[in-house]
Write a protein that binds this ligand. Structure first.
Ligand code: HEC
Length: 100
């Protein structure tokens, strides 16, 4: 909430924040914030190391910013573990294949 991830990713991380649907990448193509509760929607971040790296570097060419200057190393690891916990609640990890 403090970092306002929800503006893009939505309050519960489902990719439905108020800014979703308004963003473009550096090539001017529409781009959606990722649904953080669906690991199979992830381009990169399905383990804690990759998630941490995204918070450190951001994703160049996309609206996903770097948090290196605003969150400490420890805070980025905590946040990475939190995002991983959102993914792990997905039905994919309970042995069921999602319908979509
Ligand atoms: C300005 C809007 C915006 C904000 C703020 C933002 N994100 Fe993102 N985020 C995006 C977009 C857009 C993408 C998708 C980039 C892509 O498709 O290449 C993304 C991608 C990600 C990914 C990578 C998913 C993958 O595909 O592997 C993670 C994890 C993530 N965001 C978490 C967060 C967290 C946690 C915060 C807050 C600390 C945050 N984001 C803040 C827009 C945002």
């Amino acid at each position: 909430m403090k970092m306002q991830c929800g503006k893009c990713h939505g309050e519960s991380g489902r990719g439905d924040g108020p800014a979703a649907g308004t963003m473009t990448d550096v090539w001017g193509q529409p781009i959606l914030p990722r649904d953080l509760t669906k690991p199979h929607h992830s381009k990169i971040a399905t383990n804690v190391i990759d998630i941490y790296r995204i918070f450190t570097t951001g994703m160049d060419g996309t609206p996903m910013p770097s948090y290196m200057d605003v969150l400490s190393d420890e805070e980025r690891w905590h946040l990475a573990n939190y995002v991983l916990s959102l993914q792990r609640n997905d039905e994919y990890y309970n042995g069921r294949v999602p319908e979509e």
